[in-house]
Design a protein around this ligand. Structure first.
Ligand code: ZN
Length: 419
């Protein structure tokens, strides 16, 4: 994941453009991504696909002839979606086009202007304070013209039509936690699942944030009813603890599954209620779709001071945190895949397990408390209605142990799966 992030980091992504295509092509080396192009001017619900933006170079030369701002050193230096400019202007005329972050004076902020045509540069506040009066040359070699919006999609067919949606966004330039971490985790999760035997079908979306989600939902209205659970993957590689933002409903299966996984991880975590700002969960949860989509993150956007600045870089995100979050996503999907209902076939009081040789089948005749407790819990609670997640919650035992217990009991004809 980290190596892929290093490869994707230099590209100047935006909500449209060639660097988004290049990003999708690089992801395609790992999973068979289907690339979709939606033309400028296409109406998607209340929105219209904007013109396509591409940029080749941008810089500012100071009165002494020094190139003081250089897009080639950091693509964050350019206000995203800047229209082209090639002019000589005074410092006073330049200042309204400069964006800084006085509260963190040594970082370059990330700013965009997608829907209002203007140009600008972003720089550290420390650099801004050193600018001297005089004539500055400003160049932005960009184009804003009819083209298309690009997104990538990978659909993985399982036994059921019911789908799990994993969505990430591909519109941020050189920024790692928000959101290359989501892109690389989603890519490797898809790769991982492509080798598995799956109950659910999976849909992985690599879309520009907001306009991409609106576009995908508009084009795929008729498929949306298959999506039963979803997660927006963003902010997954920083040192902070895991934080889960619940679905709008608040107590859906995905909410309970993620809570169960985090609770049993033995690591610090937080669960927070849905709030309307944030990422694409708000499109998926909007009243017209009302999907069950939450967001499992580490430090959410705006919780970390590096957010939307040049400090959200390859040092801030580390492989160990990506790996930790990846294993939590895998665990969440494992629980979803195996969260089935069972019927106890010997329902009048607990059956005597010892005489059936079950204890010896689980290892050396010694007492294995968790698995034995799990078998009792599965038997007592499995009335055909309750799921294994219910059993895990009520018994306070790990889901994987409950699942293992259920498998043993099925093998000994004490339990059957309700299909
Ligand atoms: Zn962002």
């Amino acid at each position: 994941m980290y190596e892929l992030m290093v490869e994707l980091y230099p590209l100047c992504r935006s909500i449209t453009g060639n660097e988004v295509r290049k990003t999708d092509q690089i992801i395609s080396k790992h999973i068979p991504l289907e690339l979709c192009e939606v033309k400028t001017g296409t109406e998607v619900f209340d929105w219209t696909i904007p013109k396509e933006w591409n940029i080749r170079d941008a810089y500012v030369i100071d009165p002494k002839g020094n190139k003081i701002i250089d897009f080639k050193k950091s693509n964050l230096h350019v206000l995203g979606y800047s229209i082209p400019v090639n002019a000589k202007i005074s410092l006073d005329d330049l200042k309204p086009h400069l964006y800084t972050m006085p509260e963190i004076p040594d970082v370059i902020p990330y700013r965009t202007s997608y829907y209002k045509e203007q140009w600008g540069f972003c720089l550290s506040h420390n650099q801004f304070l050193k600018l001297e009066p005089g004539e500055y040359k400003v160049v932005i070699d960009s184009t804003l013209s009819d083209g298309s919006l690009t997104y990538g999609e990978y659909y993985l067919k399982g036994r059921k039509e019911d789908e799990v949606l994993i969505s990430c966004y591909t519109c941020h330039p050189s920024l790692c936690n928000d959101n290359l971490s989501g892109v690389v985790l989603t890519t490797f999760l898809a790769k991982h699942l492509s080798k598995a035997d799956l109950n659910y079908s999976y849909r992985f979306l690599f879309i520009p944030e907001t306009i991409g989600a609106i576009t995908w939902l508009s084009i795929n209205k008729s498929k949306v009813h298959n999506i039963k659970h979803g997660l927006v993957a963003t902010c997954l590689g920083d040192p902070g603890k895991s934080i889960y933002k619940k679905t709008l409903h608040g107590n859906d299966e995905i909410d309970r599954v993620v809570t169960n996984v985090l609770k049993n991880s033995g690591e610090p975590y937080d669960i927070i209620d849905f709030f309307p700002m944030g990422s694409d969960e708000r499109q998926f949860c909007s009243p017209g779709f009302n999907l069950s989509v939450g967001s499992l993150m580490r430090s959410p956007y705006s919780y970390f001071k590096e957010y939307h600045t040049s400090a959200d870089n390859l040092n801030f995100v580390q492989p160990e945190y990506l790996a930790n979050t990846f294993s939590k996503y895998v665990h969440v999907l494992y629980v979803l895949e195996n969260n089935k209902r069972y019927q106890n076939l010997n329902p009048k009081c607990e059956p005597q397990l010892g005489k059936r040789g079950i204890y010896s089948s689980i290892g050396g005749n010694q007492y294995v408390p968790d698995i034995q407790d799990a078998m009792i819990a599965v038997l007592i609670l499995s009335n055909g209605d309750r799921t294994l997640l219910d059993v895990s919650e009520k018994s306070n035992l790990q889901f994987a142990i409950i699942k293992k217990a259920a498998d043993i009991l099925v093998k000994h004809n004490l339990l059957k799966e309700i299909i």
